[in-house]
Structures are given as C-alpha cells and as structure tokens.
Design a protein around this ligand. Structure first.
Ligand code: SF4
Ligand code: SF4
Ligand code: SF4
Length: 424
C-alpha cells in the first residue's frame, strides 16, 4: 500500500498504487434540485454506446429515486453497512476545514482500501472492501421510481403531505440521483483488477477498461463502491463508461475541434449538468482557477459536494444537494459540507446565481467565465434573510478563448402575439 493525499477526506490515506495525477481531470457538477428524472441522459448514453446484444442491463448512466431506488439494488446501503461492520461506530468526521487541502474537515473513519487491508474474506484478500451484486440486483434499474420516504397517510389513506410542503425540509420526500462513473482519482476498480486492464489516462483522468486484457473476473465490479463497471455475458468481459473521450478530446465534428461535454451531459433536459476539465496540482489537490465554473462551485461557493466521499476513491462527480431532504440523509451521502451547501444554494449570492445560468447552455466545455454587472431587478426576504436578484450577464469561454455562452440571470419574457394566443 502507498500513502496518497485525499483532499476530500482532508488526510493521507492508503491506496494500492503510487499517486499520479493528470494535469487536467474530468469532473462534473449535477444540481439535484433540478433533476426531473426524465432519463434523457440515460438514453443518450444507451443509444450511443450500449445498444448491442449483451448490454441490456448495462446502464453506464442511470437515474435512481432516492432513498429506496438503486442500481444495482441498495448498492450504497449495502456498502455503508459493510464499512460499519468493519469499523463499528468509527465512520466519523471532525477537524477544522482548510481550504484546498481539506474543505470538509478530516475523515476519522476508514476507507474501503484501509478496511480491506485488514479484512481477509473467505474468498481471500481484497484490494478494496466491496461485494459482487447478484444478477437479480441488476434487474429493473428504475425500481422504486418516485417512491417517497416517510409518506404520511391522511384519514382516507391518501397521501396527506402534512407539513411536507414546508421548507426547508420535507417530511415526505424523494429525489432523483443521476449517476455515472466518477472517473475517481483513486479508482477502486483499477486497484482491484488482477489483470491491470484498467487505467487512468494521464491527459484527462478518464478511467478506461482495456477489453483485450480483461478476462471477466469482475473484481472491478466487486470493488467499485458506486457499482459502475458492468459485465457483458456475450463477450465475457467487463465494460464501463468511457467518459465520451472522443468528445472530450474535441474530435466530435459538432464541436469544431473544441472539447465537448459528454453525451449524457449535453442531452440533459433539466439543465442540471455542467461538465469540464479542472486543473490539478501534483499533490492531488485542485489548482486554483478562480474563474473556472467547476472550481468556483466546488471550492469557492462550496455548493457542490462529492458523492459518498468516505468511500475514499475521491470521486470527480459533485452534487448540489436537494434542499428539501432531511439533513442527516444528505450528510451521510455528501459528507459534512451538506448543511452549508444547502444553505448557500437556498440563499444564493450574486455570483452563484450567475454561474448557475451556465448549466445546459452549450454542449462545448466552458473553461472560464466572467460576469458583467446588471441592474437590480428584484428584492425580497427569504426565511428572514434579505435576497436580491441582479440581471447580470455571464459569459463563458471555451479552451481556446472562444466565446461560447452569453446569457443573463433574468430569463427574457416573450409575450405571444394575440393572434397566436391559442396555438403552439
Ligand atoms: S466510479 Fe467505480 S468504475 Fe468509475 S473510476 Fe470510480 S471506482 Fe472505477
Ligand atoms: S460520459 Fe459518455 S459513456 Fe459515460 S455515461 Fe455519459 S454518455 Fe455514457
Ligand atoms: S436528463 Fe437531466 S433532468 Fe433528465 S434525468 Fe437525466 S440528469 Fe435528470
């Protein structure tokens, strides 16, 4: 085992290989407050990469209804239970948050790598604590769709929603969690593969699986805490999300040579996704890049948080947590930054409101933004705090400096001509 620095945990941790970081890392932010569960992202990926025989149960991108839904079934609860059994009561956080090196404080518990080293299962040593889902667990990827938690029934047995509509937290709640491979900085799939078939690209940190080397042992499926590698029975090898690397490289003709967001990002109907390449330091932290939208959302506004950072793979997918969900659930899923992230999102400042307008505006990747101030157009008080909206203009630039986005905070109002009042 090597010692590597995991900034999401605020500490060094053990990992089977030496650390190596790309100059730029594939990363994305999803705003869960906006996801409508339409599965357009899922179908964009499926129709591009996994439409062949043997790929029926292969959903590189999936959207599940939390808390009950999951693909494979209960993937996260199962691993949380395994970690808790291995380190009873010890999976806690404390310490003082420190800028880029540990913005969420310090994780005192054990990661899937640290637990595995001491945990020799009957099948032999594991490189990362995990489990292999049974075939039935991959069936019905949309199980428990729209099933709320803690639903309260009225006297006639109908859903009563008593108190459920109140902000900030609802008693009756669910939300859609869109997921794909996190192209982790310390991938558990890579760590566990006995054939060295999985590698992380030095140019963009995308994690790929070489199907020529793979023998279908499924050690990656067992180890990936997010269960994002998929076995294909017809070829007897495993496949996974390829990060749409031809688009990231700028080889999609639509991008005119510029890096493009992936298919699942660009197809998102709810405009919840923003995808990019962030600059990395050689100690594994992010390089300061103040005007990069992902850097701003993760490290300045701190509204976007990693999914289950306690697993220890340093996932590069970040989420703006849904603001109506009970905080203990969000803290379990996104770590100790959840409360502050929801608070910030519920009372956005001028810059955050502007940056949120970049989501879904252009399929090309945004590497830098600038904001041109506009007039104040609205003011009110939200839960005791003053809130103002300025009609600022935000401009986004591609890698080569080309202007790709120019949009305003206030949506334009279009008044339909009376002659077309009843037409579409
Ligand atoms: S999410 Fe899973 S499959 Fe993707 S890089 Fe991380 S460990 Fe590997
Ligand atoms: S990044 Fe590309 S390959 Fe990966 S889930 Fe999205 S569409 Fe599929
Ligand atoms: S396309 Fe966007 S809004 Fe629709 S399910 Fe996917 S992430 Fe959610």
């Amino acid at each position: 085992m090597s010692s590597v620095y995991n900034w999401q945990l605020g500490r060094e941790m053990e990992y089977p290989y030496e650390a190596a970081y790309p100059d730029r890392q594939f990363a994305f932010v999803f705003n869960l407050n906006r996801c409508i569960g339409c599965q357009s992202c899922t179908m964009a990926c499926k129709s591009t990469w996994t439409f062949n025989k043997g790929q029926e149960a292969m959903w590189w991108n999936n959207v599940e209804t939390k808390p009950y839904g999951g693909y494979p079934h209960h993937w996260d609860v199962k691993l949380l239970n395994l970690l808790d059994q291995a380190n009873p009561g010890g999976q806690t956080w404390n310490g003082t948050p420190q800028a880029l090196k540990g913005p969420y404080g310090q994780f005192q518990g054990k990661t899937i790598f640290e637990v595995a080293e001491k945990n020799i299962s009957p099948e032999g040593a594991q490189r990362a604590l995990g489990y292999l889902p049974a075939d039935a667990e991959w069936a019905s990827p949309n199980r428990f769709e729209d099933n709320p938690s803690a639903s309260e029934k009225g006297h006639k047995g109908q859903m009563a929603f008593s108190g459920g509509e109140l902000v900030p937290q609802h008693k009756t709640w669910f939300f859609y969690l869109a997921r794909l491979c996190n192209h982790c900085s310390y991938p558990a799939c890579l760590a566990a593969c006995p054939r060295n078939a999985i590698y992380k690209r030095p140019e963009d940190g995308i994690v790929l699986l070489d199907q020529e080397r793979c023998r279908g042992y499924r050690k990656c499926m067992e180890a990936c805490p997010y269960k994002k590698t998929h076995y294909r029975g017809t070829t007897r090898v495993t496949e996974k999300c390829i990060g749409c690397f031809p688009r990231v490289e700028g080889r999609d003709p639509q991008g005119g040579g510029l890096p493009m967001q992936t298919r699942c990002m660009a197809a998102c109907v709810g405009h919840i996704r923003l995808h990019g390449l962030v600059q990395m330091n050689q100690d594994g932290t992010w390089k300061e890049d103040r005007q990069h939208p992902l850097y701003y959302l993760v490290h300045v506004a701190k509204v976007a948080l990693p999914l289950y950072p306690q697993f220890g793979t340093e996932p590069n997918g970040y989420y703006i947590p849904p603001r109506w969900v009970p905080r203990p659930y969000l803290k379990q899923m996104f770590g100790p930054g959840a409360e502050a992230a929801v608070e910030k999102y519920a009372h956005p400042d001028r810059e955050l409101l502007a940056v949120l307008q970049l989501f879904g505006k252009d399929a090309r990747m945004c590497f830098r933004y600038e904001i041109k101030p506009g007039p104040k157009v609205f003011e009110t008080v939200i839960r005791g705090k003053p809130f103002e909206i300025y009609d600022d203009t935000i401009v986004g630039y591609a890698r080569d400096g080309t202007k790709i986005i120019e949009t305003k905070v206030e949506e334009p109002l279009h008044v339909r001509d009376r002659r077309y009042a009843n037409s579409i």
